[in-house]
Ligand binder design. Structure first.
Ligand code: ATP
Ligand code: AMO
Length: 466
């Protein structure tokens, strides 16, 4: 076959070489009957291709054909790499292709439901364009999501999902290096794994069933089955009622569960190393992607410490109190209080990433282990980025009678989880774990304002398509 070059790898070193690329007709500008410019885009990178009538190589007919191409059509371009002595604006690559041949592989419809140049503009660029009277149209979230396939073609969106892929890759790689086994738990289960109302119910061949709200029950059962350390990357379903910037009805859970020898801090130690590995990895290996995201949605890089700050819930309550915010010391923080605490932590400790542990037992799920020294509190934690939750975790109750009692106290129908409770009857090792929301990690690492931006085809209370 012929040798293909990626647009993103076009650079000075290829000067004077004949190359072949495939991409989309990103922008087309006819200058005259003898000359045209075609910007070709591939995977978020763009290169300017120059067509000049050149007898025996480029005909007037070819210039006309290119000028008439519809945007977003797929084209193959063959030509010579040149290095212009002026900086090229409107293309990511600073070399040009002097075209010898262009083929259209697949035509796009001439009108697009989203103008991709507008879809890629930052708010600042919009404001500037409006001042200069340039015709620009903001693309609303709903329009973007309705035509998500087009929306996803923007450089920022290409960046977001490459970053997301890197987060799950690092999660998997790090945990495997720490002796964890990757498992896949069922998503069709008999009852609610997290309790509460946010469960999708369905009919399982005549039997009532649920879509798993988390791998919680089965990841713990895997510990009872002697896997020692396990993790899963998989879908999580929550029938959320409210339409918020950070709740989806389906998201990707990064879960882990592990044996604990002495203290739930063993889970925090893993968490600490895991997330420093993820953040360092993103900063080191996703520079281009983060830059592309930053161009459209400017954000300050995440501040994190070499050893993650651990505050107790009570310390959090105290910090809020000193700032004049009274909260129930045995209740949960609301979204606004969490944000405020995030701000206070940043001021005092210079970090956007921290762990809050020893939560009041009353606000945690039934499977959470109470603190041995004070049963009003629990061996549990939440983790925050920029004052918003990305992780919940805890040591678990591994004593079946106490587990049953806790479930009943919280109004859970123990019949639906009887096989889970039974798993602790044949000897159960102390254990704990955590669940991470992948979309939230990417959203908050990049300080994006809406979780729909980091979900490929988001599912929220109002959206089931595309
Ligand atoms: P979890 O996964 O633990 O459920 P979460 O981030 O989804 O985490 P919730 O536990 O649902 O958060 O809620 C945490 C806090 O956020 C609640 O105490 C509540 O005050 C606030 N909160 C939850 N849902 C909403 C909402 N729809 N609008 C405003 N605040 C909310
Ligand atoms: P929790 O319910 O806190 O804990 O969920 C864990 C993490 O999942 C993310 N998350 C969400 N992301 C998007 N949309 C939602 N509706 C949504 N709900 C939760 C958050 C949250 O921190 N079984 C426990 C975990 C454990 O203890 O191991 C659990 O599910 O980032």
């Amino acid at each position: 076959g012929r040798k293909w070059t990626r647009v993103g790898s076009l650079m000075d070193e290829l000067k004077d070489q004949q190359i072949l690329v495939r991409g989309r007709a990103h922008a087309i500008r006819g200058v005259s009957s003898k000359m045209a410019f075609l910007v070709v885009r591939e995977a978020g990178y763009t290169v300017q291709c120059v067509l000049n009538v050149n007898p025996g190589v480029v005909s007037k007919g070819m210039v006309k054909f290119v000028t008439g191409l519809s945007k977003e059509s797929i084209v193959d371009v063959e030509g010579i790499v040149t290095v212009p002595n002026i900086a090229i604006t409107g293309a990511s690559q600073q070399v040009e292709i002097h075209v010898r041949k262009v083929y259209c592989v697949s035509k796009s419809q001439p009108t697009l439901p989203i103008n991709l140049e507008d879809a890629a503009r930052s708010e600042k660029e919009f404001e500037k364009a409006e001042q200069t009277g340039e015709h620009v149209v903001r693309v609303g979230q709903d329009t973007r999501l309705n035509y998500r396939v087009l929306d996803l073609r923007t450089p920022a969106n290409q960046g977001i999902f490459r970053v997301q892929s890197y987060v799950s890759m690092l999660f998997r790689q790090f945990l495997i290096s720490e002796g964890f086994v990757e498992l896949h738990t069922p998503k069709l289960i008999a009852g609610a794994s997290e309790g509460g109302s946010s469960v999708f119910k369905l009919d399982y061949k005549g039997q009532p069933a649920c879509l798993a709200q988390s791998p919680q029950l089965h990841k713990q059962m895997a510990i009872c089955a002697d896997f020692g350390r396990v993790f899963e990357i998989g879908p999580v379903f929550r029938a959320e009622d409210s339409f918020t910037h950070r709740h989806l009805c389906e998201f990707t859970g990064l879960d882990l569960e592990m044996e604990i020898k002495e203290h739930y801090f063993e889970v925090l130690d893993i968490l600490d190393k895991l997330f420093i590995t993820i953040f360092d990895g993103l900063n080191e290996h996703c520079k281009k992607e983060l830059h592309a995201i930053n161009q459209q949605y400017p954000f300050e890089p995440l501040k994190y410490l070499r050893k993650t700050l651990r505050l107790t819930f009570q310390e959090g309550v105290q910090m809020l109190k000193e700032a004049g915010i009274e909260v129930d010391p045995l209740g949960d923080f609301n979204t606004e209080t969490e944000r405020k605490l995030g701000g206070l932590v940043r001021e005092k400790y210079d970090t956007d990433f921290y762990i809050l542990h020893r939560y009041p037992l009353a606000v945690r799920p039934f499977y959470t282990m109470p603190c041995i020294d004070d049963p009003l509190y629990s061996n549990s934690f939440d983790v925050f980025i920029r004052g918003e939750e990305i992780i919940s975790g805890a040591q678990r109750v591994h004593e079946p009678e106490f587990l049953t009692k806790r479930a009943k106290e919280l109004g859970i129908d123990v019949n639906t989880i009887s096989t889970y409770i039974d798993s602790f009857r044949w000897g159960a090792v102390p254990h704990g774990g955590l669940g991470v929301g992948l979309e939230r990690v990417v959203m908050l690492f990049c300080a994006l304002n809406n979780i729909r931006k980091t979900s490929l085809f988001p599912r929220d209370p109002q959206r089931l398509a595309p």
